[in-house]
Design a protein around this ligand. Structure first.
Ligand SMILES: C[S@@+](CC[C@H](N)C(=O)[O-])C[C@H]1O[C@@H](n2cnc3c(N)ncnc32)[C@H](O)[C@@H]1O
Length: 259
């Protein structure tokens, strides 16, 4: 394996950056490789989606740099994060860039990789379990199921000027599951557009708060009913929305996180 064995902080060594997906929260969902890199960490830049239990695996001496990324809380902007990674690597450090879920699924891992390539810094990308698969499993919802959903699409439900720029005719087709990241604020828009474009208002929908963690909470409804249910519920981010007939297969208990 082509991994740096340079001692931390050696000024003559060339540093390396690991862009590491840490999964949706439960530390048991880390890959073996991510867990090893965490235990051996020198300096770590982490987002708010990286769970406290995952950070507990770091050695006490590891330097921790919080870079934020909560809605309206960017402790460091993306350009600063890129610069910081390169700066640390040029000092010969072994940099762990920790991200929630998978770095290449709505994680801006691609941008960071491009920046590192341009700067001539060695890097590795370590995949993680993305929220869609981790959260669905712990909520007991299969994303595809013979006869109900033969495809699954991941989209971002981020609102821009009050609307979502999505391919509605495609998403409204029957026989598929749609998983929406960052969709809590836009839930009413999402449900209304899908109905407008022909999806049955009775289509089951689930929203999962803090999936795979002890604070996991699952609310179920339909395209017609879920926005009102959620408005009364006071959910906390992060949340993931799953739209499709598969939601009706939900089994409680199987994969739910243990407290
Ligand atoms: C910026 S995206 C990052 C996605 C991440 N790269 C991944 O692969 O899961 C953040 C969104 O992921 C979803 N998400 C991440 N972790 C989650 C969790 N534990 N429970 C529910 N949704 C989660 C939410 O929709 C959240 O707004």
């Amino acid at each position: 394996m082509n991994e740096s064995t340079a001692p931390p902080g050696d000024p003559d060594a060339t540093g390396v950056v690991y862009i590491v997906g840490t999964g949706p929260g439960d530390p048991e969902l880390l890959t073996v490789r991510a867990a090893r890199l965490l235990r051996e960490a020198d300096v770590v830049l982490y987002d708010n989606l990286v769970s406290a239990q995952v950070l507990e695996l770091l050695p006490p001496a590891a330097e921790r740099i919080y870079v934020g990324k909560r809605r309206n809380d960017h402790a460091l902007g993306q350009a600063d994060i890129n610069r910081r990674m390169v700066e640390l690597a040029r000092q010969g450090r072994r940099v762990l860039r920790l991200k929630g879920g998978d770095p290449f699924v709505f994680g801006r891992g691609g941008e960071e990789m491009e920046y590192l390539v341009q700067a001539g810094i060695a890097y590795h990308v370590v995949p993680g379990i993305t929220a869609a698969t981790g959260v669905a499993a712990y909520a007991g919802i299969p994303l595809t199921h013979r006869g109900l959903a033969s495809s699954v699409t991941f989209v971002t439900g981020h609102l821009r000027d009050g609307s979502m720029d999505l391919d509605w005719p495609m998403l409204a087709r029957e026989g598929q599951t749609v998983v929406v990241y960052m969709g809590l604020l836009g839930l009413p828009v999402l449900c209304a557009r899908l109905i407008e474009h022909g999806r049955d208002p009775a289509t089951p929908v689930a929203i999962v708060q803090q999936g795979t963690t002890p604070a996991q909470r699952v609310l179920e409804g339909t395209l017609a009913s879920l926005p009102d249910i959620v408005a009364r519920a006071g959910l906390r981010a992060p949340t993931l929305i799953i739209v499709g007939e598969v939601v009706a297969l939900r089994q409680r208990g199987g994969g739910e996180p243990s407290a």
